[in-house]
Design a binder for this molecule. Structure first.
Ligand code: FE
Ligand code: FE
Length: 284
């Protein structure tokens, strides 16, 4: 247990659920990720029940208006990392992993495989949007799989049966195949369910290269990058860019078992990397 104040817990169950839904062997046998007991499954279910019930088209527009003016807080990237780290996973049976360590592990694995600097930096900051939790947002509006709103919910989305409770499910404006969109309109023209991906994309959009922004914006869109549930909304650009999301995903999902990174030792490297891409102060 850690002594970081103020402490807000972010439950790791939805990320562990991802590992179970999409097992992929990198080095650790998948079975070792499968330490689920039934109460954990129930937590995941009730999480997605809340998420799928409440992520309506109107809700998303409201949250975009509320947060995308980015006028809450100004911080350097490293300050943001420290701030995010006040979110502590206390219930992760795999590893006692805090948010900084997850970010560093993702980035260090990319670095070890010789990936370009912009991709290492993407790994290092990809979850910073979870800062939304510290602004008082409930977890179902911060983490979990994301999906388009304003059109029919795909049955490829996890626990899609819970969308029956979503008011948009019965709303003719939003429940057709294309809904408020049109065929192959491109993901940049659609609204995704609200969460840490979309929020961080807007914070970073003036600073990072296209593929980095694309990874940040769609890294939780599993209904597409693992299930191809939304080809009908994607354009050629999306198909090209999704290769990056797919390449990034194993580094996000399957690096949690590794040796804990030495934050102090790594900090100079990352501070230098940050300085080469980002301004001293970012708007959150
Ligand atoms: Fe994430
Ligand atoms: Fe992550």
């Amino acid at each position: 247990m850690k002594n970081i104040q103020p402490k807000i817990e972010i439950e790791p169950y939805w990320e562990k659920d991802l590992q179970m839904r999409y097992p992929k062997d990198i080095d650790k046998p998948v079975a070792e990720f499968r330490n689920y007991d039934e109460p954990a499954r129930d937590t995941v279910k009730s999480f997605y029940e809340l998420n799928h019930t409440n992520q309506t088209y109107d809700f998303v527009l409201k949250k975009e208006e509320e947060f995308l003016s980015l006028d809450r807080k100004k911080m350097s990237l490293w300050e943001a990392v420290d701030y995010l780290n006040t979110l502590v996973d206390d219930s992760d049976p795999d590893i006692d992993l805090d948010q900084t360590q997850h970010l560093l592990q993702t980035a260090e694995a990319l670095r070890a495989h010789g990936h370009p600097e912009w991709l290492i930096l993407t790994g290092f900051l990809h979850d910073l949007g979870k800062i939304l939790c510290l602004f008082g947002e409930p977890q179902w509006a911060v983490v979990g799989d994301t999906f388009p709103v304003g059109c029919k919910f795909s049955d490829k989305i996890v626990y899609s049966e819970y969308f029956k409770k979503n008011p948009d499910y019965e709303d003719n404006r939003y429940n057709s195949y294309y809904g408020v969109y049109y065929k192959n309109c491109g993901l940049r023209n659609i609204h995704m369910s609200w969460g840490h991906d979309e929020y961080l994309y807007h914070i970073m959009k003036s600073y990072l290269p296209g593929p980095a922004l694309y990874i940040i914006r769609y890294h939780s869109f599993y209904a597409q990058h693992r299930e191809n549930g939304y080809d009908h909304l994607m354009d050629e650009h999306d198909h090209k860019m999704f290769k990056w999301v797919k390449a990034f995903n194993p580094y996000d999902l399957y690096t949690k078992w590794q040796t804990l990174p030495d934050v102090k030792k790594l900090k100079p490297y990352y501070e230098d990397l940050i300085a080469r891409f980002l301004p001293d102060e970012l708007s959150f």
